[in-house]
Design a protein around this ligand. Structure first.
Ligand SMILES: Nc1ncnc2c1ncn2[C@@H]1O[C@H](COP(=O)(O)OP(=O)(O)OP(=O)(O)O)[C@@H](O)[C@H]1O
Length: 559
């Protein structure tokens, strides 16, 4: 992969600086602590130089200076520890904020986000993790790499202007050397990140489809492919390390050159007769301190490169206002009239419209069955009503009010949805039902469980409703999991019920039981049901036949 295009790089920079701005106070702390530690180092070097000069027969320093130097050393260690903690804190806060926003955006987009699940997981987990070093190490290191050496060079120049000048020149050479080696670092680090994303995306994807892989005896081939992806990651990581080593080497060469120059400058200290041995010692003692912030800067350099790549991937997700646009409902109305007037929807112009000129009305207490072949647009109607897409033409009204004026999240507050296959989380059945309304009382959860016939099968489980179920409903049959989803819809108690093939994977016996719960759920509410199931169609009175996004026939059951 090559360098990100300029527009992408600019968006990445904008995201990084906006995040840094919002965490300014936290980011300033490690910098101030670092500066305090450098100031301590200067004072300490001065005291040690005084003591050493005394040992060489110049000056009258004693125990007080020695004790001062020791106290400053201790203070410097304490400041270093506090700086580390402040850095970790700044990184954690930046990551937490970004993760919260990214997760909220992904939830908000829902099925409208077409990224594969592995990529979405990588975005929220790995990409944001990769930004940690930028905020916790790179930003403080970049600030201290300017301010720290400058402070030290000024202190040295005050003692010996030529030594100060040598440090200034060396300080100016460091960014040049870093830039030369950093060009390679940028590319290598980006490539490493892409390989990491490919590996983790592939791993997640294959884990989700593990039963299929085992069934088709593809596990060995997959293991080999994963090993190849891991090897690619190893090669790219080695390249990053090589480049990092090279930029470290540049710094060491400059360090050695500075030490050589200062040794030459103050060489006569060794042979005696130096006019100011204490100043000379101070200059020499300050050299490691001068390079320490530059070393930290060099070590953190690749963090910036990794962050650029990660921010470029995250920027499209995080751009735009955090708050959704649109009106909020003062309260949920007790009933909803759904009206579609000449509604049109096209996901992708190359594939033609998904819905064309669709008109219908559903009143409270009514259930409209959307029938039609696969791809005829049934689920699209439900997605529009849940605010995951907006119509391209026509009008959708809820109680006469244009649905597009409402925030998509508000639209979802109006409805309860049951899809083809309930997704249950790794938690108890009770917690899984509570997801629909976390503030519900235990009595309300139990009433919902009874209405959806969950209570019946839960009674036979070891801990009833508190029995733990696995990810995806593991441990429950398809029909039982679907009933938990219906219990959620009961608990939600929304005026609009949206069902998308709720009995798709059930045998006729189980389907009949689930249908009974669904009928009760729809009673008194406005319901729209997308289905292929003849049994489901037979249970509800109104049917709208769709074909290629158009209504072809509207009839009452039995007609
Ligand atoms: N995100 C999308 N991007 C592009 N096209 C899409 C997208 N989602 C659906 N479509 C297309 O829109 C059309 C209607 O799809 P929709 O899912 O509404 O059909 P459906 O009647 O619910 O099908 P099924 O009965 O198989 O669930 C189909 O041609 C489908 O390929």
């Amino acid at each position: 992969m090559s360098k990100p295009p300029p527009a992408e790089a600019a968006r990445a920079r904008a995201l990084l600086s906006a995040t840094a701005r919002s965490g300014r106070a936290r980011l300033a702390r490690p910098i101030l602590l670092g500066l305090a530690s450098i100031a301590c180092g200067i004072a300490q070097a001065w005291l040690i130089a005084t003591v050493l000069a005394t040992l060489l027969g110049h000056g009258t320093a004693g125990w007080a200076e020695l004790a001062g130097a020791a106290s400053l050393a201790l203070l410097s260690i304490a400041l270093g520890v506090a700086q580390e903690a402040a850095q970790a804190d700044a990184g954690a806060a930046a990551r937490a904020g970004l993760r919260r926003r990214a997760f909220a955006r992904l939830l908000r987009a829902g099925p409208a986000d077409e990224r594969p699940v592995g990529e979405r997981a990588t975005l929220v987990v790995d990409r944001i993790e990769a930004l940690d070093g930028y905020f916790s190490r790179w930003l403080p290191a970049a600030a201290l790499a300017v301010a720290g050496p400058l402070l030290i060079a000024i202190a040295v120049a005050a003692e010996d202007p030529l030594s100060g000048l040598i440090l200034f020149v060396a300080g100016a050479m460091v960014p040049v050397g870093m830039a030369v080696t950093g060009i390679g670092a940028a590319l290598a680090s980006r490539q490493q990140f892409d390989a990491l994303q490919a590996l983790s995306g592939r791993f997640l994807d294959r884990m989700r489809g593990l039963p299929q892989l085992v069934l088709f005896r593809r596990q060995e081939a997959e293991a080999e492919a994963l090993a190849a992806a891991a090897d690619e990651l190893r090669r790219r990581t080695m390249r990053v390390l090589r480049v990092a080593f090279l930029s470290g080497l540049v710094l060491e060469v400059i360090f050695a050159a500075v030490l050589g120059c200062l040794a030459w400058r103050h060489g006569n200290l060794l042979v005696g007769g130096h006019p100011a041995p204490q100043a000379a010692l101070f200059c020499l003692l300050m050299v490691p301190g001068f390079f320490a912030p530059l070393r930290a800067f060099s070590a953190a350099y690749h963090e910036r490169m990794a962050a650029n790549g990660a921010a470029a991937a995250l920027a499209p997700l995080l751009e735009g206002p955090d708050e959704e646009e649109g009106l909020q409902l003062a309260e949920i109305p007790p009933s909803v009239v759904v009206t579609f007037e000449h509604v049109a929807l096209t996901y992708d112009p190359a594939r033609g419209p998904a819905l064309t000129d669709l008109t219908f009305r559903v009143l409270p207490g009514e259930a409209l069955v959307l029938a039609g072949p696969s791809g005829s647009g049934k689920s699209s109607v439900l997605r529009l009503l849940m605010g995951f897409h907006a119509p391209d033409g026509g009008r959708i009204a809820l109680n006469g009010r244009d649905a597009t004026t409402l925030r998509p999240a508000e639209l979802r507050r109006l409805s309860a949805y049951v899809g083809q296959k309930a997704h249950l989380f790794r938690a108890s059945i009770r917690e899984n039902i509570l997801l629909a309304r976390p503030d519900a009382t235990p009595a309300e959860v139990e009433a919902a469980a009874r209405a959806a016939h969950v209570a019946e099968f839960a009674a036979a489980l070891p801990q009833g409703l508190d029995t733990l179920v696995g990810e995806g409903g593991f441990g429950l049959s398809g029909g039982q999991a679907q009933r938990v989803a219906i219990a959620r819809a009961f608990l939600r108690n929304a005026p609009l019920v949206l069902l998308d093939e709720p009995t798709a994977h059930l045998d006729p016996g189980t389907e009949a039981q689930v249908l009974d719960s669904l009928r009760r759920l729809c009673a008194g509410r406005t319901a729209i049901i997308a289905t292929h199931s003849p049994a489901l169609r037979a249970r509800f009175s109104r049917v709208l036949e769709l074909e290629q996004g158009r209504a072809t026939l509207s009839r009452m059951a039995g007609e």
